[in-house]
Design a protein around this ligand. Sequence first.
Ligand code: 5GP
Length: 123
Amino acid sequence: MAETIFTKIINRDIPADIIYENDHVLAFNDINPQAPTHFLVIPKKPIATINDIEPEDAEIVGQLYLAAAHIAKQNGFAESGYRAVMNCNPDGGQTVYHIHLHVLAGKPMGWPPYQNNLKQQLP
Ligand code: 5GP
């Protein structure tokens, strides 16, 4: 897969506000936050989309959630709650093709996440 900006962040070729790292994952604050707390958890192994996750990557994907929960507990918002979401391809809103878990916290999240009322669009 083509190298993305996230590989450059992993390699420290460009700066990021890194908040957590272990052998498998890196977490850093989103450059364009959509909530009072908004960080990304990425695998160090580049995987383009959810569709490209192989069975042998299952542990790595689990590590993304373990890191998210660890950071949430360390920063005191595990109990109040947060949203952890991964976008896939254009309709999912994905813009960087290196999988990443968005973790958003610090305010109540709405649901569903889209704005349109789909019922109004039905004939
Ligand atoms: P996606 O749209 O692919 O689900 O999410 C990509 C996220 O990466 C966006 O929320 C965007 O703000 C964030 N992002 C893109 N480039 C950078 C960057 O260079 N640094 C940081 N910290 N975040 C970035």
